[in-house]
Design a protein around this ligand. Structure first.
Ligand code: KDG
Ligand code: MG
Length: 402
């Protein structure tokens, strides 16, 4: 069997997505997600200029070998652009294998470990009272795991809270917009928010919160400690994760579970975090983490240390990634939870999906392979529009993490 052709499809139904389609001499093709929010064309060009020419003629059945060809073979290992391109190739190859063997992806990676996938959604409000209302609405929608983010008194616009009641989408057209951030205001407010949520909705709700990389290790330790009484399911990205040792501070002071890694792309980003048991959930998604082949290894490594998965699933990851993640979530033993931010309806005009949400869980059908296809005619109606994630400054103008 041989790869005969491959193409990159860039479209923007409400937001930008990059997809890879790999064709074979057996008439079967595979689909992979290659979307890297705000840097879409970097991955697309890398695929078009360097990866696709090298793929032609290779046997798509040899997924492991092709993975290492693009990981080791380029010499320049790791990095978000590289690992996203490898992920797209890898997903498309697993999709082809499933189609050739006429079986869904979850059967190729161990079969079903469960019948449905626990998901969490987002509840966001411009202030505390609106946030409490939104939590109530999501409970009505059947969710029992909810990520809570709120506007903070004294900060005009906060991460995770949509502007002007629009659907949440942090990337904005053109070059990056500038936001403003104040950690001390946030640290004073966050414990009050979770106290109110618990008072109003009780102990049973699974509560999650995303710090979005904005604390120093010692600030994160204070926050995690002050949130301990509210028994969060997880506290996400309390610190920017490059300094793996920084997580030790949090562990010394708190038992709030920690999720980290949506901006990671390699198992080597996790070695200290795993072996010292500094985290509880792996956030790195298939699409940025080198695909299914690499993430199977990361998940196995994590399982040794009682660490579970909780894959990133924001709307800037395409339906192909979401479907592949759901197969993965179904199959592995140490699955924890899956983030689920529904795409806007217009996205499903382009992507034909095989999953559904019902009462707090996601279900995936048994279409062979990953099971998501793209309608290229529909995709052509939505051309790429440059959009970037914002940048953050402190009130004296200092550049900060977004
Ligand atoms: O592209 C960036 C978003 O995916 C990210 O800001 C969303 O942090 C996020 C989350 O946890 O969903
Ligand atoms: Mg996050």
């Amino acid at each position: 069997m041989k790869i005969t052709d491959a193409k990159v499809i860039i479209c923007s139904p409400g937001r930008n997505f990059v997809s890879l389609k790999i064709f074979t001499d057996q008439g079967v093709y595979g689909m992979g997600d290659a979307t890297l929010n705000g840097r879409e064309k970097a991955v697309a060009t890398y695929l078009q200029e360097y990866c696709i020419p090298a793929l032609l003629g290779k046997d798509p059945q040899n997924i492991e070998d092709i993975w290492h060809y693009f990981y080791r073979g380029v010499y320049w290992k790791r990095g978000a652009v590289n690992m996203t391109a490898i992920a797209a190739i890898d997903m498309a190859l697993w999709d082809i294998k499933g189609k050739m063997l006429n079986t869904p992806l979850y059967n190729l990676i161990g079969g079903k470990s469960r019948e449905k996938v626990l998901v969490y959604t987002h509840a966001n409000g411009k202030d505390l009272s609106e946030t409490l209302e939104k939590v109530g609405e999501e409970i009505e929608n059947g969710f029992f795991a909810i990520r809570v983010q709120s506007g903070i008194p004294g900060i005009t616009h906060t991460y995770g809270v949509p502007k002007d009641n629009k659907p949440y989408e942090p990337a904005q057209k053109g070059l990056p917009h500038e936001d403003y951030w104040d950690t001390s205001k946030y640290l004073n407010f966050a414990p009050k928010l979770f106290q109110k949520v618990r008072e109003k909705y009780g102990e049973d709700l699974l509560l999650l919160h995303d710090v979005h990389h904005r604390c120093t290790p010692i600030e994160a330790a204070r926050l995690a400690h002050e949130l301990d009484p509210f028994h969060l399911f997880w506290l996400e990205d309390p610190v920017t994760g490059e300094l793996q040792e920084g997580l030790r501070h949090i562990r010394k002071h708190a038992t709030t579970p920690i999720a980290i890694g949506e901006v990671f792309n390699s198992v080597y980003d996790y070695t200290t975090l795993f072996t010292e048991q500094l985290i509880d959930f792996v956030r790195m998604p298939l699409v940025h983490g080198g695909g299914i082949t690499h993430m199977l290894k990361v998940a196995s490594f994590a399982s040794v240390f009682h660490i579970q998965t909780g894959f990133h699933g924001a709307t800037d990851l395409s339906p192909i990634n979401l479907a592949a993640s759901l197969h993965f979530d179904m199959a592995i033993n140490n699955f924890g939870i899956q983030e689920y931010m529904p795409h806007q309806a217009i996205v499903n005009e382009v992507f034909k999906i095989n999953y559904r949400y019902d009462k707090g869980f996601m279900y995936i059908d048994d279409t062979p392979g990953i099971g998501v296809d793209i309608d290229e005619k529909a995709a052509n109606k939505f051309p790429y529009e440059m959009a970037c994630l914002p940048v953050n400054r402190k009130n004296d103008g200092t550049m900060f993490y977004w």
